[in-house]
Unconditional design. Sequence first.
Length: 129
Amino acid sequence: MPIDIIFEYGGIALKITEVKTYALRYPLQTPFANSRLWNEARSACLVEIETDAGITGWGEATHMPARAALVAHVIGQDPFDRERIWNGLNAFGWGDIAAISAVDIALWDIAGKAWGVPRKNSRLCQRVV
């Protein structure tokens, strides 16, 4: 089987058309400390990747991915070519594995949806609020 058939969805190659990032932060009622600092709030970043077929993938990280890296190495790419995208972000000198992981998780989410693979415990989380 030619490799290009593996990276297609319904016989049509997909392209990433948009990447959005969302910074989430909420204060804690009771701050806590670890070995380095006091935490008075919790934060996370969400990455939303959209394709030209209308499939959207979501990923989560502790750090916000750099917009310039996302535009240069994600938009216009084939979402099934995860290794190429990961290597491009890493070679960009970005090196923030947590932020790269958010992109990788979103790409796997797209792949699962395109292949019709159900998410584990999907009935527990129907939407992102």
